[in-house]
Design a protein around this ligand. Structure first.
Ligand SMILES: Cc1cc2nc3c(=O)[nH]c(=O)nc-3n(C[C@H](O)[C@H](O)[C@H](O)COP(=O)(O)OP(=O)(O)OC[C@H]3O[C@@H](n4cnc5c(N)ncnc54)[C@H](O)[C@@H]3O)c2cc1C
Length: 436
């Protein structure tokens, strides 16, 4: 093995958690080493295409749990924000009320810096707006979804279902931008660096080891921040003998309920421009259709009739349901995972699907052609929970070892995660700067 890389702080993973901590620490003059398993994809030719997505999502996007849940795990500089829908939501009130974590200053700072706001009315999409009006007519408090998307950042704003493959027009923020800013401030970014375990000496974290472009490597620092995401971080902790990591998890389980209409549907609208919630059910609804080539995959799993609508993809109306799921299942060291749906969650989901069907009919969908997609998980989280494996300051029991990503959520967020993760990253960096 060659000489180990050295830094004051090692950050593992470049999603919103890792990118934020790295940027804040580098800007404050600390020597930061950022280690990322994936590659920089944002400026590549295939970024934001179906072919590109096959490359930078785990198992080409076709990663299923034994229970049949499709889990989407992007791996690239910027983490899952390289493929996210660009929705922003403040942390849920319970994070402060139940766990004492107050992020309002960090959230306000981020909203201001990134210009987080709903898209202008004329860019929310005609069909999405029809769906929102239908939901409102049925009594829901519909709101335009705040976004990490700013059409004024690009002269060629072009947003639709394909945005979920990666933003090609440049309107959507990605954590890769924070990574670039961290590097400008002096951080060293090493890609294709797969961290396998934390090095612990005399009970203290002193570095990490893994494989760099397939060859063994080691890096040393006094402070290590794991930010490898809800599935990556527990695996590193398991390999580092931290017991309990990856036992039970949340996923904010998602289903899209589809209808067909004679008019244009919401496939060409920006994803998730309108949202509404049912707090009693623990469900968030939004407007969304799957990208063109993903649709036949999920429709085919539901039978020939949904699949036969593929040529009419532009006429689909999609209502997405996001369920605040109970903790269940596990992540194993070899990357396999299980996520059983508990009976109580199944009932809430069925109730939400009935509500989505009513909304689709109200919006003009053919009553005899409505179907629900298979379950999907895009927010793997709560695998290294605050209160269990990290304290409210995101420190593990091992001195010098911190976690800052979706894995620290104490329960399912039930809403978009990224703004909360950025805020946690800013808060952790401030606390670390008092010590280093
Ligand atoms: C299709 C899709 C749409 C979404 N839409 C939204 C949305 O609209 N709004 C929202 O708020 N959230 C959305 N999310 C969820 C959100 O993107 C994630 O919850 C969030 O990015 C998680 O951040 P993180 O910092 O925990 O980790 P991630 O973003 O998962 O980043 C972790 C990084 O660590 C790297 N890594 C993993 N293991 C290792 C290792 N062993 N060594 C080195 N590096 C490693 C990975 O390659 C990855 O780059 C969406 C997710 C998906 C998949």
């Amino acid at each position: 093995m060659e000489h180990p890389l050295k830094a004051e702080v090692i950050v593992v993973g470049t999603g919103p958690g890792g990118a934020t901590v790295a940027r804040e620490l580098a800007r404050a003059g600390r020597k930061v080493l950022l280690l990322e398993r994936g590659r920089p994809e944002r400026h590549r030719l295939l970024y934001g295409t179906h072919l590109g997505a096959l490359r930078y999502t785990e198992r080409g996007g076709l990663f299923f749990t034994p229970e049949g849940i499709q889990v989407v795990v992007p791996s690239m500089v910027g983490g899952a924000t390289g493929m996210f829908a660009g929705c922003a939501a403040p942390p849920p009130p319970w994070l402060h009320e139940k766990y004492g974590i107050d992020l309002h200053l960090e959230v306000a700072e981020t909203v201001e810096e990134l210009g987080i706001a709903p898209l202008p009315p004329e860019q929310r999409g005609a069909a999405s707006t029809r769906l929102a009006e239908a939901a409102r007519a049925l009594g829901y408090a519909v709101y335009p979804q705040p976004k990490f998307i700013r059409p004024d950042r690009t002269p060629r704003f072009h947003c639709g279902a394909h945005c979920l493959l990666g933003c090609r027009c440049g309107a959507k923020w990605s954590a890769a931008e924070f990574v670039e800013e961290a590097v400008q401030a002096g951080a060293l970014l090493v890609t294709r660096a797969h961290v396998e375990r934390v090095l612990i000496e005399d009970g203290r974290a002193v570095g990490v080891a893994g494989r760099l472009a397939g060859r063994p490597f080691m890096a040393r620092a006094e402070h290590i921040v794991l930010a490898a995401g809800g599935l990556g971080t527990p695996r590193i902790l398991q390999a580092s003998s931290l017991r309990g990591a990856g036992e039970r998890m949340a996923m904010d389980l998602t289903v899209i309920v589809y209808g067909l209409t004679r008019e244009q549907g919401n496939a060409l609208d920006p994803p998730m421009t309108w949202s509404w919630e049912d707090h009693e059910l623990g469900v968030m609804f939004s407007t969304l259709v799957d990208p063109w080539l993903l649709y036949p995959v999920i429709a085919g799993m539901r039978g020939l009739r949904p699949l036969a609508a593929w040529p009419r993809w532009k006429h689909l109306l999609g209502v997405m349901i996001k369920l605040k799921d109970s903790l269940s299942g596990h992540v194993r060291p070899d990357g396999t995972l299980s996520k059983p749906l508990l009976p109580e969650d199944r009932e809430r989901l069925q109730e939400a699907e009935r509500a989505a069907r009513r909304i689709l009919r109200e919006a003009g969908a053919k009553p005899d052609w409505i179907f629900s997609s298979p379950l999907r998980g895009t927010h793997p989280s709560a695998t290294v929970r605050i209160g269990d494996l990290v304290d409210v300051d995101l420190q593990t029991e091992i001195p010098g070892l911190y976690v800052c990503d979706a894995s620290v959520f104490p329960e399912a967020l039930g809403r978009p995660t990224v703004l909360t993760i950025i805020a946690l990253g800013k808060r952790l960096a401030r606390q670390m700067l008092k010590r280093i």
